[in-house]
Write a protein that binds this ligand. Sequence first.
Ligand SMILES: NC(=O)c1ccc[n+]([C@@H]2O[C@H](COP(=O)([O-])OP(=O)(O)OC[C@H]3O[C@@H](n4cnc5c(N)ncnc54)[C@H](O)[C@@H]3O)[C@@H](O)[C@H]2O)c1
Length: 339
Amino acid sequence: MPRKPVTLVTGAGGEIGHALIPRLAAASHTIITLDLKPLPADTAAFVHRQYTGDISATEAIGEIANTYKVREIFHLAALLSTSSERSPALAHKVNVGGTLNMLDLANEQAASQGERVKMLFPSTIAVYGLPDRKTKNEFARIKEHQWQQPTTMYGCNKLYCEHLGRYMARYSATKAVDFRCVRLPGLISADTLPTGGTSDFGPEMLHAAAQGKPYECFVAEDTRIPFMAMPDAVDGILRLMAADAATLTQTSYNIGAFNPSAAEFAQMVLAAFPSAQITYKPNPLRQAICDAWPADVDDAPARSDFGHYPAYDLRRAFDDYLVPAVRRRYGLDTGNAGR
Ligand SMILES: NC(=O)c1ccc[n+]([C@@H]2O[C@H](COP(=O)([O-])OP(=O)(O)OC[C@H]3O[C@@H](n4cnc5c(N)ncnc54)[C@H](O)[C@@H]3O)[C@@H](O)[C@H]2O)c1
């Protein structure tokens, strides 16, 4: 029997998977997933088959390879930045070993199908490492090739995997993996809570305020890094994957949207939830990580090569997406809860 063509999403049970999978299903992808944990029911509803297993091991991947014709891979599974600092050896195993397994799978599938296999890799602003505040201010909008000296295990893992992908796409014997990477800023989703990222202070502040809980921010008020609303991240991923390969001049692309300081972010939260209680107690480790990340990214190549322009600036993200959706999520539609 011919193998069924499918799109594989790893790490499908996470924040991005939750937003991406309905969009892939709407675009008629037959989706299979691989995650350590069973998928939440609302995500599972869109999925043809889910595998529960470890991306850094080969059992489930072998079964997938024998059963399906994998046409595209969205490789989301990873340990995020704060979790990776806590368990660096595990981070290397999952983030690097898992990515290598996916590149191998893509390569083998391309060989058996006689066609390149597309692989989306979500990288991060953690691949950058600025040495001090003066340099961070000077290189306010950083380009892809600048300051690639990551200061975290997560950033090292992601940057190395970007290089592996570029190698497989452009220099290996087969060149059979059509590797495409977006370097995402901190993402803010109204529908899911972040876990283990160093940019989580933004979304955590918002979700705490909506629940009427006090929030102690783990970075200082003047900390500035780029953020993006989840729908723009998913649009960026889908636009990059849909682009004609001939228009792509590089394998890794910044995408950006807005970059408030922690205090500016808090002002937006307070405008929506005036009784929000936000205090600041910088955690030295997490502060140092944010200080090494750029204040903003230059995403001109993403704009010119695959036409990605974010739909949400900071105000529109709050007014049209985040505030209405978190109010619905926490049942605040009476107009006064959370205040
Ligand atoms: N969320 C962000 O702000 C952000 C920013 C930049 C890049 N990214 C990247 O995007 C990707 C997805 O991020 P997310 O926010 O959805 O993460 P998440 O932590 O919400 O989800 C990650 C998923 O991967 C799964 N996973 C972890 N280890 C695994 C393993 N060994 N085998 C199989 N599955 C495993 C987890 O169970 C989880 O469902 C990651 O690669 C991350 O590095 C995220």
